[in-house]
Ligand binder design. Structure first.
Ligand code: NAD
Length: 555
């Protein structure tokens, strides 16, 4: 299925353009950055993160996208269909330079089986969230989201800190690899189960995880000591969650918090069935994919049952957006939804203000450019927002850079456009060495319909209504984003979500100023509207106070 070609891709740095303008150059560099070996999980297979989330359909498609971007005029738009460039049309100079659609299937056909059949014929690609929309920034992005989620959990359950608390979780891949650091940044002790030794070594080498062992007893001893001393520590243990977690339940060992970041959304390419080493799993996947999926689904039910057992024993348990509960339920475990998803439990109040993971990347490649933007964000927003100030200080010291230097923080409606315009001015005056790319995750307030994740438990029951991501992509196109994408299945898998992304480039020009002023309002604004429309009072207040027009709520 996957095309494996050994080649090394790295985005150019500095101010020399390979394209006709910065909007195109930014798209090209960000596509390349997604495949930088420092950033991507399996770059030889074009896989960026999240199971099989890809940046381009094939290496041939990648080369053609790059060639086309190099030649693309300032009034042209490139169309990308599931990672393959299919057309260039004349549009206008405020239109997006690239429009992307990934993995979209008509709802009745939207199953993994049908997707894999089409993928096997080379007709479609899984774009995950930020892989196929060219705005992945490695662990730099997810560390902050995981840190914030755990900080919110600590405030709700443990008086604001995880000191002396143990967090048990699984998966140390592209996203999951951020968990150990996010736990220790909150003062806690992490035990992370990962089946692939290479992934563990990579995270330990990167400084994301403190120690690892293949011996569960040794791991538990380390954890117990750190818990007793209330010292932050992250320990990875080599093993399979569906083997290790039921074993921990049997031993009566109860952590304070349990979650999971294995690639449960994808039973064939993401989740490793119990009892199999990684090479054995790879062999079974190639030889008998149906049997592989059957065993993975069965193991996910076992894994999820252990999490429910931990909950019954008193642990705080939450789903971290990989659809483990959905898969376990499909495999016959009826109690799978006994514990909540992280969005209703910890994130929704932020979504009501249009807040979510806002991110930016320095095309110069210079960390100094990111440090300068950090200072500006601290100055402009830090005083009113203590959490944000603390995060930016911690990030500067503790978050390792991967690929092009990037930063992330949660800003909402009325803040993002201010930040974007400030960055644009800094590029114009030469305070920054090159343009800044501004985007966001699809884990977002207004651009996602994902009933087991972002829209789980909406107050008016509108969880599965997918008009919103489509409106998001349409309004961001009208507002002049540099590139816009519509995807299916990110985070939770085929059949479970529709979502949209936007990226806008601050290149110091007036054209960019216009784009930023519009897109960085329409995009978070729709998040506020989505929640106000669903009956959330705080979102309605935000809309009224910050001047978002909602005809249906007018007197
Ligand atoms: P990944 O595919 O890069 O990594 C998954 C890891 O899980 C791999 O290292 C794999 O070896 C390990 N694994 C698989 N089965 C296992 C098992 N049974 N026991 C132990 N380890 C096992 O994926 P990722 O980018 O880290 O994403 C993880 C999941 O989180 C995906 O489902 C993704 O869609 C979801 N996700 C959540 C968020 C969020 O904000 N909460 C964001 C992005 C992605």
């Amino acid at each position: 299925m996957s095309q494996v070609t050994s080649r090394t891709v790295r985005a150019p740095r500095g101010t020399t353009l390979s394209c006709r303008g910065w909007q195109q150059e930014a798209a090209m560099r960000m596509l390349m950055n997604n495949l930088d070996p420092e950033v991507a999980e399996k770059p030889d297979e074009l896989i960026v993160y999240g199971g099989s989330g890809k940046a381009a359909r094939s290496w041939e498609a990648f080369d053609r996208i790059v060639e086309t971007l190099k030649d693309l005029k300032d009034d042209e738009t490139l169309l990308v269909q599931s990672g393959k460039p299919v057309a260039v049309f004349e549009t206008h100079d405020r239109a997006p330079r690239v429009l992307i659609a990934n993995s979209l299937l008509v709802p009745r056909w939207a199953t993994w089986e049908h997707f894999w059949e089409l993928e096997g014929k080379g007709l479609i690609m899984f774009g995950q969230m930020t892989a196929g929309s060219w705005i992945y920034i490695g662990a730099q992005g997810i560390i902050q989201g995981t840190y914030e989620t755990l900080a919110s959990l600590a405030r709700q359950h443990f008086g604001g800190s995880l000191a002396g608390r143990v967090v048990l979780t699984g998966g140390m891949g592209g996203m999951g690899g951020a968990q150990p650091l996010a736990i220790t940044m909150n003062g806690g002790v992490g035990l992370i189960i990962e089946v692939d030794e290479r992934r563990i070594r990579r995270r330990v080498e990167k400084g994301l995880c403190d120690r690892w062992t293949a011996d569960l007893d040794e791991a538990l001893r380390w954890v117990a000591e750190a818990r007793r001393k209330k010292e932050p520590l992250s320990v990875a243990v080599l093993g399979n969650c569906a083997d290790v977690e039921p074993e921990l339940v049997r031993r009566g060992w109860t952590p304070d918090v349990v979650t999971d970041q294995t690639s449960a959304h994808d039973a064939l390419n993401g989740y490793v069935p119990a009892g199999l080493s990684v090479p054995h799993a790879e062999a079974l996947r190639a030889k008998d994919p149906q049997e592989y999926v059957r065993r993975a689904m069965e193991s996910m039910a076992v894994h999820c049952r252990a999490m429910v057992d931990f909950q019954k024993a008193g642990s705080v348990v939450f789903d971290y957006g990989n659809n483990l509960r959905g898969q376990a339920k499909e495999a016959g475990f009826e109690e799978a939804f006994a514990y909540p998803g992280f969005v209703p439990a910890y994130i929704r109040p932020l979504f009501e203000e249009g807040k979510g993971p806002f991110r930016w990347v320095a095309l110069s490649g210079e960390p100094e450019d990111i440090h300068r933007t950090d200072e500006v964000i601290l100055r402009e927003f830090g005083e009113q927002n203590e959490g944000l100030a603390r995060w930016l200080r911690l990030a500067r010291d503790r978050v390792p850079l991967q690929g092009l230097p990037a930063r992330i923080c949660w800003l909402g409606y009325g803040e993002r456009d201010r930040a974007g315009l400030l960055f644009n001015r800094m590029v114009k005056t030469g305070e920054l060495k090159a343009p800044i790319v501004i985007g966001r995750d699809h884990l977002d307030a207004g651009s996602v319909a994902s009933p087991n994740r972002e829209t789980e438990g909406m107050r008016d029951g509108s969880d599965a209504i997918a008009d919103w991501p489509i409106l998001n992509a349409l309004v961001n196109t009208a507002a002049g984003a540099s590139w816009v994408s519509v995807h299916h299945g990110g985070g939770v898998g085929i059949g479970y979500a529709l979502h949209a992304g936007q990226v806008v480039v601050a290149d110091g020009s007036e054209n960019a100023e216009w784009r930023l002023a519009h897109v960085l309002r329409t995009d978070p604004g729709l998040g506020v509207v989505r929640h106000a429309d669903a009956g959330y009072e705080h979102a309605q207040e935000v809309a009224r106070e910050r001047g978002i027009r909602m005809p249906s709520l007018e007197d």
